[in-house]
Design a protein around this ligand. Structure first.
Ligand code: SF4
Length: 105
């Protein structure tokens, strides 16, 4: 009988925490700017850290947030293959308020 009660109590606790986690996941979710993933796809994708960030995703986040300053921080990046397409993409996809993303090559 003790084993049955223990199992039921542990199961109920698991169910309660599962519901709490599911609700938290739904209501506390932070949506990422979709431009970050699209700019990341235009970077070389080596995740080498030569730009001073831990990954291409982190550098793309800095770019979209206007904090990167200069695209040439990405050492493996090439002007024609990476930088110009990123500049073009950002020109066509400005910030929500319509202002341009501040970035140089
Ligand atoms: S230097 Fe370029 S390829 Fe390397 S992690 Fe930074 S953005 Fe990615």
């Amino acid at each position: 009988m003790t084993i049955l009660w223990s199992t039921l109590i542990i199961g109920a606790i698991g169910l309660i925490f599962g519901v709490i986690l599911a609700l938290a996941s739904q209501y506390l979710q932070v949506e990422e700017d979709k431009r970050i993933g699209e700019v990341e796809a235009l970077l070389p994708g080596y995740n080498c850290g030569a730009c001073g960030t831990p990954s291409c995703h982190a550098f793309a986040t800095e770019i979209v947030n206007g904090e990167a300053g200069n695209l040439s921080r990405c050492k493996p990046g090439k002007r024609d293959e990476n930088f110009n397409p990123i500049m073009e993409y950002l020109k066509n996809n400005p910030n929500e308020d319509g202002s341009a993303v501040v970035i140089k090559i």
